[in-house]
Design a protein around this ligand. Structure first.
Ligand code: HEM
Length: 83
């Protein structure tokens, strides 16, 4: 059995203030509703699918996530994006 993920406990801490500020024009990474609504396209971009990989490499961002973080985001989606 695996523990179900949640936005508050698992996903929200993955986003830095810099990430949140940078992407605010498109969506609010600090908002459960926004991240849920855009989850599929966010999941693509953190894997470099559909455009430049997010977050961008330095100096513009902290660089691509390790696979373990990408897998965690994927599990959250597979769990049904719990709050
Ligand atoms: C659908 C998903 C996403 C799209 C389409 C997207 C698109 C973009 C685009 C077009 C830029 C360049 C903006 C500019 O040059 O002014 C950008 C910058 C950036 N994005 Fe994203 N992004 C996505 C998701 C994310 C996520 C999930 C993160 C963090 C985990 C993130 C972090 C950043 C950061 C840190 C920058 C740098 C802004 C700067 O240059 O100061 N983005 N994004």
């Amino acid at each position: 059995m695996t523990t179900p993920t949640s936005y508050q406990a698992d996903i929200r801490p993955l986003f830095t203030q810099r990430d949140i500020h940078a992407m605010m024009k498109a969506f609010d990474l600090a908002s459960y509703g926004d991240v849920k609504a855009h989850a599929a396209v966010i999941f693509d971009r953190i894997r470099g699918i559909g455009g430049a990989v997010m977050p961008p490499p330095p100096p513009r961002g902290e660089g691509p996530w390790p696979q373990s973080r990408i897998d965690l985001f994927g599990k959250w989606m597979a769990d049904g994006c719990p709050p």
